[in-house]
Design a protein around this ligand. Structure first.
Ligand SMILES: Cc1ncc(COP(=O)(O)O)c(C=O)c1O
Length: 363
């Protein structure tokens, strides 16, 4: 029996896409690949809602996060990282590794940022060159709305860099209109593909910043990707060709369905799952509905239940894989990923299986 992934990436990959992944390869320096890359670039522009080309890196999400730091900044540059959880923390770590001076605004897990504090930070430290933010924080399920941040950076030289790795596709997103300067996303999330590709959109302001960065880089150098794409419709290094072929099909499916409909369907499943878990005696982790994302449903397990045993048992017995809480929420939270092809019938089954194992999970 196949696993059903209720995880916030990787997701269940639809049959039609798995079929493409097993097809014969084409060569990445030949005409058919050039055509493929141009076509997926056009479709990615629709997903990001941008007029700018979208680069494709062969890496997991973290590689693309690192690529933003090494391409857009120089050692000793001051930056602000908005930290609302595990992945915000990762941006801090990467910036520090490359010698950037990091100002942090950290928020308790389950909360979003406070715009007044961001404004004050920018007033107090006018030399801050960029703001890093996680659009959807996968550790908590919180959406950090980007539009208000874009209003602070749009008319300035400051850059807004958004980790949209889990939020892309299933959350509303408008790169140009919101004034985002660099957004990264990854194949194994809302795109319904295996891990292996990351996508990077850059504004004109970000392209200027590339020219001034002094951080050493080779594989991640965006200038190479831009040159190869503009001059040859290629990438500089051997890409994960199978996943690019599958991306072409996945993007067509998403765009044919329409992003508005994709998002509406996810919202429906989120609300459906929220109600079912409340009925089961679990507590919704995020109180404020306006910051709940469509990637996963985070719920706190009842006090007497061992959440780690629960996820282990339903995985072992029923092949239903649910993500648990991270860090201080390990064993105390479930993160029910809904970005894959998940229906309300599967949510019903999940609830049934959880009910069956609950008595065995008492502490
Ligand atoms: C918001 C966010 N950022 C970064 C990452 C890291 O991506 P990866 O594990 O693909 O390197 C993830 C992965 O779950 C994520 O959800």
């Amino acid at each position: 029996m196949n696993k059903v992934l209720f995880t916030p990436g990787p997701t269940n990959v639809p049959e039609e896409i798995r079929h493409v992944l097993g097809q014969d390869l084409i060569h990445h320096r030949m005409a058919d690949y050039h055509k493929l890359l141009k076509e997926v670039n056009e479709d990615l522009k629709c997903i990001f809602d941008t007029k700018n080309d979208v680069l494709i890196l062969t890496s997991s999400g973290t590689g693309s996060m690192e690529s933003t730091v090494v391409n857009l900044f120089s050692t000793n540059d001051e930056v602000l990282v908005i930290n609302t959880g595990w992945f915000g923390e990762r941006f801090i770590e990467i910036c520090k590794v490359y010698g950037l001076k990091v100002h942090e605004l950290s928020y308790e897990w389950g909360n979003t940022y406070n715009i007044k504090e961001i404004e004050k930070m920018l007033e107090d430290y006018p030399s801050i060159k960029g703001i890093f933010v996680t659009y959807h924080e996968t550790a908590t399920g919180v959406v950090n709305h980007l539009e208000p941040l874009g209003r602070l950076t749009k008319q300035t030289d400051r850059l807004l860099i958004a980790d949209c790795i889990s939020g892309m596709v299933v959350q509303d997103f408008h790169f140009d209109e919101w004034g985002v300067d660099c957004a990264v996303a990854s194949s194994q999330k809302g795109f319904l593909l295996p891990p292996g590709l990351s996508f990077v959109a850059l504004s004109d302001k970000a392209k200027v910043a590339l020219e001034h960065s002094n951080i050493p880089k080779y594989y991640w150098d965006y200038r190479k990707y831009l040159n190869y794409f503009n001059n040859k419709s290629e990438q500089p290094f051997t890409p994960a060709i199978s996943i690019v072929l599958a991306l072409q099909v996945a993007l067509k499916q998403l765009l044919n369905k329409g992003l508005t409909k994709v998002i509406e369907d996810k919202q429906f499943i989120r609300k459906y799952a929220e109600e079912k878990f409340k009925d089961l005696g679990f507590t919704l982790f995020i109180e404020d509905e306006s910051i709940r994302g469509n990637v996963l449903v985070p719920v706190i397990v009842p006090d007497e239940i061992d959440g780690s045993k629960l996820t282990a048992l339903i995985d072992e017995r029923y092949n239903f894989t649910v993500a648990g809480g991270m860090n201080q929420y390990a064993g105390k939270m479930l993160r029910i990923g809904i970005i894959g092809e998940i229906t309300n019938k599967e949510i019903d089954l999940l609830i049934e299986y959880i009910q069956e194992v609950l008595p065995e999970c008492k502490k």
